[in-house]
Design a protein around this ligand. Structure first.
Ligand SMILES: Cc1cc2nc3c(=O)[nH]c(=O)nc-3n(C[C@H](O)[C@H](O)[C@H](O)COP(=O)(O)O)c2cc1C
Length: 214
């Protein structure tokens, strides 16, 4: 993919100020069906294409929060569920909020439906990053997903005999699950977030350059 960045480009750090320390970034994500994982990978890809020397991409349940001290940028994202962050992301945030992120940079993202009622996970994520002391490098961003129309999905057929309340509840839950699992990223979202990763990388280099020259 050809990167066309809106961020003003500048000389690589080795040229402009005789060497910045190695910049490191971590992208932490939660994902139930894979959409947010894809977006996290694209951000990591964009960061690698910028001037970030080390980029790690890790799931909330697998990440070692104690190692966050090693990173300059911490990008965190997850799916929007029930208008909010998903339960695994909320659990991760409850640990992150007790962590000291002063001197670090942060970025929050999420995936969600492109709808007025969708809500979002990224605002809650950004809130925690900010409260923990991270400087927010770029505003939170959402990758939109779309679902095929209900008639294209094949939920379990409604029973011919009268079903119990419990059976009806189980059938409805299964239908909901099928609908959620069928959501895919809208066209262009992967490229958009690769570019966001690239811009984040440049913004990080720029912020560090300013810090070191002041
Ligand atoms: C239990 C559940 C609740 C959801 N609630 C919302 C919601 O409130 N707003 C929204 O925009 N999308 C909602 N979604 C859709 C997901 O945000 C969307 O499909 C997302 O891309 C899933 O990410 P993942 O593939 O990484 O798990 C919900 C999905 C699930 C499974």
């Amino acid at each position: 993919m050809k990167i066309v960045s809106s961020v003003k480009l500048f000389a690589p750090p080795d040229f402009c100020c005789g060497g910045l320390s190695e910049l490191k970034a971590i992208v932490v994500f939660d994902s139930r069906y894979g959409n947010t994982e894809k977006i996290a990978s694209e951000i990591a890809k964009g960061l690698k294409e910028s001037q970030i020397q080390e980029v790690v991409c890790s799931k909330t349940t697998e990440v070692d929060i104690e190692k966050f001290g090693d990173f300059d940028l911490i990008a965190v994202g997850g799916p929007t569920e029930m208008h909010h962050a998903s339960p695994p992301m909320r659990e991760f945030l409850s640990k992150l909020k007790h962590f000291d992120l002063k001197g670090k940079y942060g970025f929050a993202f999420d995936t969600k439906l492109n709808s007025w009622w969708a809500g979002d996970a990224s605002n809650a994520i950004e809130h925690v990053l900010r409260d923990a002391g991270a400087k927010i490098l770029m505003p939170p961003s959402s990758a939109f997903v779309t679902r095929p129309p209900s008639e294209e999905l094949q939920p379990s057929a409604a029973p011919k005999t009268r079903e119990t309340k419990k059976e009806r509840h189980a059938r409805k839950s299964e239908e909901k699950e099928i609908k959620h699992a069928a959501a895919v990223l809208e066209e262009g979202m992967e490229g958009k977030f690769e570019l966001i990763g690239f811009e984040l990388g440049h913004a990080l280099v720029q912020a560090q350059t300013i810090l070191q020259s002041s």
